[in-house]
Design a protein around this ligand. Structure first.
Ligand code: NAP
Length: 537
């Protein structure tokens, strides 16, 4: 499919003297068509969003009220029984068709992601591939994962037990702006295939990317009301989302996640929270320095560091520290910044003015505390209004805010260490526990170190992509990085209520009339000893 959005948004030819061509993003007919999927009402407010590459308007978004949000839940609730009655096989087929549609129409998806988030096209492609991987995984494995399971009953042959799973009902999904397509797919698709309907609140900044997937899902066969998208500020519609949901799946910052958890707890509704990180990378003395340096560039600067699993702290063994730093800095300086809807640039823009301010403040605060800026350390308005250079710092101490706080931008601190126990201790010395990375030629040793790291995912000889792309294993955070997991069986089963059904035949599980309880207890004691030895129990 030709990229209508690209044609509609290119404002001038690429200038080979600037780094990448600049594209604008006026509201287009395509954006307006996508926005027809959002519920609106009379007299509601709207907000105008802008493209990070240019600061020009992208779309005018209607902002839901509390009532509109609750009405979306009512529609989703009405649609849920018939969706749950659809066979899992049919729900899987829809996901597999979606997989094909996403790949076939990727050019438009890439344009939308880039225009809304400002990321480089290769980073946008990560979202297309993650979406395809997730659709394929749940499109192939859900029936098996959701199938009822027999379990050995308490009395062999006389008790028959089955463990079943039911959809929870209507799942509320709240998504951030940094991975608008991938995170929508990872959180919404498993909820749907488990038989739930969904009301999602994407971030305003990247609403069109979520709506694009919604459109393709309907083309793949998803019933109209099964997935509702509402747009609006969390401060306005957050209460309705939490109060109406039978399960809440939140992705965003740790402070917002903690606030939401305390509200959700009052209703005893279950939830998952995918939150922030301050992810460490450990480079062991035997690591391939070139590969580690190249890996660090991807780990720290993909999506301009606006990636929950990106690396913000690097611990390098002191024997290779200088070689690593030299090569890492060279490769970082070679990254091309650019604002074009093609694969020209190595790194894109920050997404919002708020992010630019936060990143600049972190770096200025670190400078004021005497750190060394090895490379980067400044905004690049000459490339686009929200660009910031990929930045490497050394000499960072706990006096700087970015020592412990998530920057969520293209800024990394490099430290050295003398022995591996020290490196593990430093890596774990954080309230967060989302992702970590270990580099070594000895992958066995690296795996042993991985088990000592308090992080939900650990990548060996990779920064984050190995676990992020392996959607068959769970992803999520320990400590302040979250509760629950997405992906894998956990990412599907969390959207189900578990129910155990046991059928008892013959003997009752109480002494029969006339049998003294002491005799019954004795017989059962002997029976329990035998049961423990039976295979499969
Ligand atoms: P955020 O401010 O917490 O916002 C995330 C989402 O929550 C947005 O859609 C936001 O919408 C909404 N929200 C805010 N307050 C709400 C409320 N009271 N009720 C309901 N919704 C509410 O986070 P962000 O700054 O956008 O995202 C960056 C953070 O997300 C980083 O810390 C990053 O590490 C984390 N993240 C984590 C993962 C992961 O998988 N662990 C993945 C991606 C990002 P409004 O602001 O418009 O209200």
């Amino acid at each position: 499919m030709t990229s209508t959005l690209a044609a509609a948004t290119a404002t001038r030819e690429q200038d080979p003297d600037t780094i990448g061509g600049v594209v604008g993003a006026p509201p287009t007919a395509r954006a307006e068509a996508l926005l027809k999927r959002v519920t609106t009402g009379p007299g509601i407010e709207s907000v105008t969003m802008t493209a990070p590459f240019t600061g020009r308007p992208t779309a005018v978004l209607p902002q839901a009220t509390d009532n509109i949000t609750r009405a979306s839940f009512a529609r989703a609730r009405k649609a849920q029984p018939s969706w749950a009655a659809t066979s899992v096989a049919e729900r899987q087929r829809i996901l597999l068709r979606l997989h094909e549609l996403v790949l076939a129409h990727q050019d438009e998806g890439l344009d939308l992601i880039q225009v809304e988030s400002g990321k480089a096209r290769l980073d946008a492609f990560d979202e297309i591939s993650a979406t395809a991987l997730v659709a394929a995984y749940y499109g192939k494995h859900s029936a098996r994962l959701l199938a009822p399971r027999r379990a050995p009953g308490v009395l062999p042959l006389l008790t028959r037990a089955t463990h079943t799973r039911h959809p929870r009902g209507v799942v509320g999904v709240i998504s951030p702006w940094n991975y608008p397509l991938a995170l929508t797919a990872m959180d919404v698709l498993p909820a749907l295939v488990a038989g739930n309907t969904v009301v999602q609140k994407p971030d305003n900044q990247t609403a069109l990317s979520a709506l694009w997937l919604h459109e393709l899902a309907e083309r793949a066969g998803l019933p109209h009301d099964a997935w509702q998208i509402v747009l609006g500020r969390g401060s306005v519609i957050g209460d309705a989302l939490v109060e109406e949901s039978d399960y809440v799946c939140f992705t965003g910052s740790t402070p917002t996640g903690k606030r939401l958890a305390s509200t959700i707890a009052k209703r005893l509704t279950d939830y998952s929270l995918e939150l922030g990180g301050k992810n460490p990378m450990i480079v062991l003395p035997d690591a391939d320095v070139s590969k580690a340096a190249a890996g660090a560039v991807a780990a720290c600067f993909s999506s301009a560091g606006q990636l929950c699993v990106s690396v913000e702290r690097i611990y390098v063994h002191n024997s290779i520290r200088d070689r690593f730093l030299t090569e890492f800095a060279e490769r970082t300086r070679a990254l091309r910044l650019g604002a074009s809807l093609d694969y020209h640039a190595g790194m894109g823009s920050l997404t919002t003015a708020e992010q630019l301010r936060a990143v600049s403040e972190h770096v200025e605060d670190a400078r004021a505390h005497g750190v060394t800026v090895v490379t980067g350390g400044r905004a690049r308005p000459d490339v686009g209004p929200l660009f910031y250079e990929p930045t490497i710092l050394t000499g960072v101490t706990d006096r700087s805010t970015l020592f412990a706080d998530e920057t969520f931008g293209p800024v990394v601190s490099v430290y050295d260490y003398a022995d591996v126990d020290e490196a593990v201790e430093l890596a774990n010395d954080t309230p967060f526990g989302l992702n970590a990375s270990v580099w070594s030629r000895d992958t066995r040793r690296a795996q042993e170190i991985a088990t000592r790291l308090k992080a939900g995912t650990v990548n060996i000889n990779e920064g984050y992509a190995a676990t992020f792309g392996t959607v068959g294993v769970p992803m999520g955070g320990m400590k302040d990085s979250g509760v629950g997991r997405r992906n894998g069986s956990d990412g599907l089963l969390k959207y189900t209520e578990s129910q155990s059904i046991a059928v008892q035949r013959g003997l009752r599980l109480r002494p029969a009339r006339g049998v003294p309880p002491t005799l019954w207890a004795k017989a059962l004691t002997a029976g329990l000893r035998v049961l423990r030895r039976l295979p499969g129990r």
